[in-house]
Design a protein around this ligand. Structure first.
Ligand code: HEC
Length: 203
């Protein structure tokens, strides 16, 4: 659903860009009659495209907060370009028409950029995801066993522990007797995640 909306959004920007390109080209070539004809023909499609562009853009702002600022700049760029283009093409003002086209190209560039930024922010999320179970299996099973019951070297059965989450975090950080302190080896987030995993071992 979301990718469908993103693709529709990008498509509306591309269609917009194509229409502007053709109009600007006709204007710059002084083909006024052709321009008037073309403008008339694309009037309704253009209205549909801009509505779709706005609707998909606003939907994306609510769904993908990481790219909000880019989207807002993009929407403003397009919104500003529309009246500029209308005046530019109507009055045959080439400078205005070109400015409107440049704004749209910027909007298209931003759409491409927001796509990249989105996938980048997804990557960072997966990179920093801390998997309590994986950390437990790597650092704790030697003494506590896979199910927490092993209790090697005087370790307690983790499924029976009365410690609350904070006390667990504390003992994982500082260690106790035979238990290694993990403060230097795991960061706070990882310690929190593994402590929560230990909570889940409790039957
Ligand atoms: C070298 C062995 C060893 C390793 C590795 C180890 N522990 Fe321990 N753990 C112990 C021992 C021994 C105790 C009991 C300490 C005491 O009270 O004397 C203990 C106690 C605990 C307790 C407190 C249980 C209670 O009710 O008193 C928790 C929670 C705990 N470990 C979690 C972990 C986690 C999570 C890891 C991995 C990040 C881990 N331990 C790795 C040996 C180990």
């Amino acid at each position: 659903m979301e990718t469908g909306i993103r693709h529709t959004h990008l498509l509306t920007v591309i269609l917009f860009l194509l229409i502007y390109l053709i109009k600007t080209a006709l204007l710059l070539l002084n083909k006024n009659e052709a321009l008037a004809n073309f403008t008339k023909k694309v009037k309704v499609p253009e209205m549909i495209i801009s509505t779709l562009f706005l609707a998909t853009g606003i939907y994306m702002i609510t769904q993908v907060p990481e790219i909000k600022s880019l989207l807002i700049i993009k929407i403003i760029a397009v919104l500003v370009s529309i009246p500029l283009a209308i005046i530019g093409f109507k009055k045959g003002n080439k400078a205005l028409a070109v400015i409107a086209l440049l704004l749209l190209i910027t909007a298209y560039g931003l759409a491409e950029m927001s796509k990249k930024q989105k996938s980048k922010s997804m990557e960072t999320i997966t990179e920093t995801v801390v998997d309590g179970k994986a950390i437990y299996n790597a650092s704790c099973i030697t003494c506590h066993g896979e199910d927490g019951k092993l209790a090697l070297m005087g370790a307690k059965d983790l499924t029976q522990t009365q410690m609350d989450l904070n006390a667990k975090i504390e003992i994982i950080k500082t260690g106790k007797n035979a238990m290694t302190p993990f403060a230097g080896m795991l960061n706070d987030e990882q310690i929190h995640a593994v402590a929560e995993y230990v909570e889940s071992l409790k039957k």
